[in-house]
Design a protein around this ligand. Structure first.
Ligand code: LLP
Length: 432
């Protein structure tokens, strides 16, 4: 959970800083990211998977999924801690290089890599392109050849495993757009093609079945499918150096529900891989967690501007909106909402943002301490897929982001201005 949230004398604190004072000083809407919490989340993974290195004698590499939150201060922090990077675009690769992530810890995902992105990955000599189609493989080989270079490739397989999560964030089912199907022989065909190519090195297998997984059994099933395929390949004389099992571990958005932690994940993955100890030469293990590294570390603060009572319920209108944090609007995601002054009296309310969209509602029928106009409310667990999915809808600038640690509070992203909204727009001459 999020250990950086405390309640002292009825006031909400983040890393020991009063949420109200942060809102007052830095303005709202405001994202607050806890450096302490990110460090704890990252270290738990490294600590849990030390066991993998011990038991197998092979490497474990954590490639933080940039899409969860690619703010430069956050990616630099993780790079300093020793994290690698899972990037899905030239933009994210650019950020990973700026964050000084070593190239041997960068993997490139995505089902529609462009020529420009492939060139960039080869120039940077990344650990692997996680190849999503035969068409992509052919393009990578061609570009590497033209560059007089070689590209490292891993193959994203579609294992047909049900992750038992929200359909919009499930990725490893047969009908998903991702990966190469194993059952039909498509993945094998792609790998054999690659072995005959001059400009690619086959280094691994990749798999990612979905996000916000709260049950470990799909991970076991996924690991088995990948290891079975490693075995099948070894029988054909093909050696797999790396297996990458993707990201996906969930976080406890609902405080009353238990979600497995990295230690429990490590236990099931390591045990499953070890079942193959006598059958294959064990591979290095890569993981690409995003949400479980930064999700619990972020809070979004909004200020209450209006309260409307209707015969059907009470509405609390705050200045943060779905453009700042889209998850409730697009996935019906649940995020806990806590007022920053915790009054004794409680009531049932709906909390909404100010955009002209009915889906701009952060929570319905929440039984929370009574709030008044001018109060600050906190939306919890928004560190992943919050700021990275924020946008300018309704002519709203993206919010400011601050980072907290024991030493202080640091602005890590400025609030966007009106000028930023039109910075890339061009009015043609005839309309001047
Ligand atoms: N690796 C691959 C190939 C992925 O597609 C993803 C996430 C990850 C790793 C990281 O997964 P994580 O550990 O964060 O679950 N916007 C959605 C989540 C989309 C996830 C997309 N892929 C949300 O807000 O719930």
């Amino acid at each position: 959970g999020n250990d950086m949230i405390t309640i002292e004398d009825g006031f909400l604190k983040i890393d020991g800083y009063s949420a109200e004072e942060l809102a007052e000083k830095y303005g709202t809407p405001l994202y607050v990211m806890s450096e302490n919490q990110i460090v704890r989340n990252y270290r738990a993974y490294e600590d849990a998977f030390k066991e993998y290195k011990k038991k197998t004698g092979k490497d474990f590499i954590l490639c933080y999924a940039y899409k969860a939150n690619s703010n430069l201060a956050i990616t630099r922090l993780l790079s300093k801690l020793g994290s690698g990077a899972d990037v899905v675009s030239g933009g994210e690769l650019y950020i990973a290089r700026l964050s000084k992530v070593p190239p041997e810890k960068i993997v490139f995902n995505g089902n529609c890599k462009t020529e420009e992105e492939i060139v960039m990955g080869i120039e940077n000599n990344i650990r692997a392109f996680n190849v999503d189609s035969i068409s992509e493989l052919i393009l990578i080989d061609k570009i590497a050849g033209e560059m007089g270079s070689e590209a490292n490739v891993a193959f994203r397989i579609n294992p047909d495993v049900d992750p038992k999560t929200h359909p919009k964030i499930s990725t490893g089912l047969k009908r998903s757009k991702f990966g190469l199907d194993v059952q039909s022989g498509m993945a094998m065909k792609a790998i054999k093609m690659a072995l005959d190519m001059d400009n690619v090195n086959v280094v691994g297998l990749h798999c990612h079945i979905g996000s916000q997984l709260t049950d470990l059994s799909p991970f076991v099933e996924e690991t088995r499918k990948v290891m079975d395929f490693v075995m099948e390949l070894e029988k054909e004389g093909i050696k797999i150096e790396d297996i990458n099992l993707g990201g996906g571990l969930g976080i406890p958005y609902h405080k009353d529900k238990d979600v497995p932690d990295p230690y429990q994940l490590a236990e099931v993955i390591i045990n499953t891989v070890m079942e193959y100890e006598d059958k294959v030469d064990l591979p290095n293990l890569l993981l690409e967690p995003g949400r479980s590294i930064v999700g619990t570390a972020g809070v979004l603060l909004g200020k209450v501007y209006h309260i409307k009572e209707t015969p059907y319920g009470k509405w609390i209108m705050i200045d943060a909106g779905m453009n700042d944090m889209m998850r409730p609007a697009i996935y019906d995601a649940y995020h806990e909402i806590v007022p920053c002054i915790l009054r004794e009296e409680k009531e049932v309310v709906n909390i909404a943002g100010g955009l002209c969209e009915s889906s701009d509602v952060f929570g319905r029928d929440r039984y929370i301490p009574k709030v008044e106009v001018g109060d600050i409310v906190a939306i919890l667990d928004v560190g992943a897929y919050g700021i990275s999915m924020a946008n300018n809808y309704n002519g709203r600038g993206r919010p400011r982001v601050v980072l907290t640690n024991d030493k202080g509070v640091f602005v890590i992203r400025e609030r966007e201005t009106y000028g930023d909204l039109i910075a890339k727009d061009i009015v043609p001459r005839h309309l001047l």
